[in-house]
Design a protein around this ligand. Structure first.
Ligand SMILES: [Zn+2]
Ligand SMILES: [Zn+2]
Length: 207
C-alpha cells in the first residue's frame, strides 16, 4: 500500500505535466484540466473523476498483478487509489479553503504559482519531490494573483488580500472579468501561459 501511495506522487506529476499540460487540449484530461486553468472555479464533475479512477485501476492492477501477484497488486492499487482521492480533496481545498498549517501554506503558494505565475512549473500538488527531481520546481515567492481569479479565502470583504496572507500574495487588476477577458483567459490557459493580470499598474494589495 505504501509503495502504491508513493507511486501516486509520481503519477500525479507525470499525468499533470504530460497528459494535461504538454498535450495543450488534445484529449479529455487535457481539456478538462486547462478549463480549470481558464476558470479556477471549474472542477471536472465527479463522474469524470470516477472514470479516471477506473482507468487507473484497469492499468495498475493487471500490471502489478503480473509482476508481483494478486495480493500485492490489491494492496498497491488500494494505496494508489487512496492517494488519488486524497489528491483530489487536497487540490480542491487549495482553491476553496485557507491553509491551516505549514504544509497547507506551502501547497497553496506552490499551486497558486503554478496557476498564476508559471503553468509549466510546480506540477506536484501534494508534494514537490518530482518537480525537484526533474528541475521544474520554483520557490513560489510572493504570488501575484489576478484579482478576478483570486480564491475566496484569500480576500477580505473589501477585495484586498487578508492581512494574514499579505506576506505570500498580492492581487492585481479588477475583481470581475468581462467576456473578452474570459476568452483571453481560455486562450492563455490552452497555450500554457499564465493569465494576464490586467491593471498591472493598480495599487497592489497590502504587502
Ligand atoms: Zn488548481
Ligand atoms: Zn495545471
Amino acid at each position: 500500500m505504501l509503495i502504491g501511495a508513493a507511486s501516486w506522487t509520481a503519477a500525479e506529476y507525470g499525468l499533470h505535466r504530460f497528459l494535461m499540460h504538454e498535450l495543450r487540449g488534445r484529449g479529455l484530461a487535457s481539456v478538462e484540466h486547462l478549463k480549470h486553468h481558464a476558470d479556477v472555479t471549474y472542477f471536472s464533475p465527479a463522474s469524470k473523476k470516477l472514470a479516471s479512477a477506473a482507468v487507473t485501476t484497469a492499468v495498475a492492477y493487471p500490471t502489478t498483478s503480473a509482476l508481483a501477484g494478486r495480493r500485492w497488486a490489491t494492496a498497491f492499487t488500494a494505496g494508489l487509489l487512496s492517494m488519488y482521492f486524497g489528491y483530489e480533496v487536497a487540490h480542491r481545498r487549495t482553491h476553496t479553503h485557507p491553509p491551516r498549517n505549514r504544509y497547507g501554506r506551502w501547497a497553496r503558494r506552490s499551486h497558486m504559482h503554478h496557476h498564476f505565475g508559471a503553468p509549466m512549473r510546480n506540477f506536484g500538488v501534494t508534494s514537490p519531490v518530482w518537480d525537484k527531481v526533474f528541475g521544474t520546481y520554483d520557490d513560489p515567492g510572493v504570488v501575484a494573483v489576478p484579482r478576478r481569479m483570486a480564491p475566496v479565502w484569500l480576500l477580505d470583504e473589501t477585495g484586498e488580500v487578508m492581512a494574514e496572507f499579505a506576506d505570500d500574495y498580492l492581487t492585481k487588476g479588477p475583481r470581475c472579468a468581462d467576456a473578452n477577458q474570459l476568452d483571453r483567459d481560455r486562450v492563455d490557459a490552452f497555450a500554457n501561459l499564465a493569465p494576464v493580470a490586467t491593471g498591472a499598474h493598480d495599487r497592489p494589495g497590502p504587502g
